[in-house]
Design a protein around this ligand. Structure first.
Ligand SMILES: [Zn+2]
Length: 543
């Protein structure tokens, strides 16, 4: 019996067992879902408009894995707790609760199984689903081992969180169902958004429709819209529903391992041409129409830094300093360190001090990008040398990735000269000290915004004469994007989020932000005063 079920096509299995809103689940006229249900795709992406049954597809697809495979471990994640609860209770939970002839409750689930919001288990197959929200960089999802990952609403998830979550699959081939499957779904926003970045890396399957009148193959868009019907973009005759239903997927980048599918409201069988027209002509803004109807990105992101702004803070008569001399001989010096992984991002150290005009001047900046520089021990030794050489009074270093390196530095120089900074995406307070972990937790958006302002106001000065030695400092600023995204707390308001396109790192920017934080913390707490000689408490008040 069990063997027979497994040989059935997953889409057929789904239609035979699930019920939706009291009726048997049907995939009629939804051929575009065939590869998603039956294609045995290891890594997939659905970039779609709204109201195209995305949650239904996620839930039936996920439920299929838990019922058809033994020992399957799956993870569902979405940005907000409310979204996770909704999916768990209203979607996945109801599929298990109401099936044809109650077959899931009778044959698959035992009374000892968990049907909790954040974990569901299936006795018959020994499968488990975890459901979690993804705040910030996905730290709360670390540590579980799963075969399957379904990431939903990824347009509101930071691009850097995805590799963190993918780590949950690192033992997938030896554990659980001994296989790996990943699906990302979401609705596009801007071109720098997470989902567009994943789309760009994907096979980019587009639904192609053939005109029955002139034979033109086409991907449907605005040119196919009329008030009462869809038309061929070439001959302008009506495109009948069956031509749209019987389209086919065409991959624009077939060699890509990540299989991407764009599903628009123009493809689905239950949304009419009139509906689409009224959204286009009357009701929706152009960005909303592109995002939610066409399932395409639309630009509304802004660049916080421009070449002109960076040009203004670059003084062509200034060079980097090899040690603190002249006006910098007797002032506090600050260091910021952002650790890189050595693959796409590199460790960057920047050293700043206030010059005699009161500007926060970059004295030295270094990126560890080649050969022995990539070795963490080399970096530690070099940073130790710079701490002494520049008489740094306080260094703020990234807490996240380079934790062991940070601890080493702190053991050498003490908590008064080396502190860590942890970026929070949802902490209300601008910054607070976390005694347990001996680190500062700062509101990422707020400190970034202030850093942007200090560059706009030209409070920062870079040694422009040595520009050619650190072109990446400029790149790391120019790649930064400011975007409005759904609030992680309430889901109601839109929060400003700073992000960067994948493959265009921003480590140098963060090392500068940390150096600026070092100055702020030093001025508030006085920590690090032991670092330089000849200045006592009474003098320090004057800076
Ligand atoms: Zn035609």
């Amino acid at each position: 019996m069990e063997k027979q079920i497994k040989q059935v096509l997953p889409s057929t299995f789904a239609e035979s067992i699930y019920r939706l809103d009291g009726k048997p689940f049907r995939l009629s006229d939804r051929h575009y879902l065939d590869p998603i249900y039956n294609g045995q795709i290891e890594e997939g992406l659905i970039m779609s408009g709204r109201q195209v049954e995305k949650s239904t597809t996620n839930s039936t697809h996920m439920a299929n894995h838990t019922l058809l495979l033994e020992n399957f471990k799956g993870l569902y994640f979405a940005p907000l707790t409310s979204q996770v609860k909704e999916f768990s209770n209203e979607r996945l939970g109801k599929l298990y609760e109401y099936s044809n002839q109650d077959v899931i409750k009778k044959d698959y689930i035992d009374k000892h199984d968990s049907q909790a919001v954040f974990m569901k288990t299936i006795k018959k197959t020994n499968s488990t689903v975890y459901l979690k929200h993804c705040y910030g960089l996905g730290d709360n999802i670390r540590g579980i081992t799963v075969n399957g990952i379904w990431g939903d609403e990824i347009q509101d998830i930071h691009i850097d969180a995805l590799p963190v979550i993918k780590e949950c699959q690192s033992h997938a081939l030896e554990a659980g169902a001994r296989m790996r499957v990943t699906w990302y779904t979401g609705t596009p926003k801007t071109f720098s958004n997470t989902i567009q970045q994943k789309w760009d890396q994907s096979s980019q399957n587009e639904w192609v429709v053939k005109c029955p009148h002139c034979g033109k193959y086409q991907i449907m868009g605005i040119k196919n819209l009329r008030p009462k019907q869809f038309v061929c973009r070439k001959c302008e005759m009506e495109l009948p529903k069956m031509s749209i239903v019987n389209g086919f997927w065409l991959p624009l980048a077939p060699e890509k391992k990540l299989k991407g599918f764009r599903i628009s409201q123009l493809m689905v069988p239950w949304i009419t041409a009139e509906d689409i027209w009224s959204k286009y002509a009357d009701n929706y803004s152009l960005d909303k129409f592109h995002n939610e109807v066409l399932g395409r990105s639309y630009e509304n992101a802004s660049k916080p830094f421009t070449p002109v702004m960076l040009g203004r803070i670059s003084a062509n008569n200034q060079r980097m300093f090899n040690r603190c001399e002249g006006e910098f001989a007797n002032v506090p010096v600050y260091m910021g360190v952002d650790w890189g992984t050595g693959e796409k991002s590199y460790t960057v150290v920047s050293i700043y001090a206030r010059n005699s005009n009161g500007k926060f001047q970059l004295l030295f900046i270094k990126r560890y990008a080649v050969g022995e520089e990539l070795d963490p021990d080399y970096q530690i030794n070099d940073i130790c040398y710079m701490m002494q050489n520049y008489n740094v009074c306080l260094a703020v270093v990234d807490w996240g990735f380079g934790y062991d390196r940070y601890k080493k530095l702190q053991n050498i120089f003490g908590v008064s000269r080396v502190v860590a900074c942890y970026y929070s995406f949802n902490q209300k307070l601008r910054k607070k000290y976390d005694l347990d972990q001996a680190r500062w937790i700062v509101n990422r958006t707020q400190v970034m915004q202030e850093y942007v302002t200090s560059i706009q106001k030209e409070d920062i000065l870079w040694p422009g004469a040595d520009k050619s030695e650190f072109p990446w400092l400029y790149d790391h600023h120019l790649s930064e994007q400011a975007e409005y995204r759904k609030s992680e707390k309430t889901g109601r308001s839109e929060d400003l989020m700073y992000t960067h396109p994948e493959g265009q790192p921003d480590d140098a920017l963060h090392s500068c932000v940390y150096a600026k934080l070092a100055e702020e913390i030093f001025r508030e707490t006085g920590s690090g005063a032991i670092a330089f000689s000849g200045v006592d408490e009474s003098e320090r008040g004057g800076w």
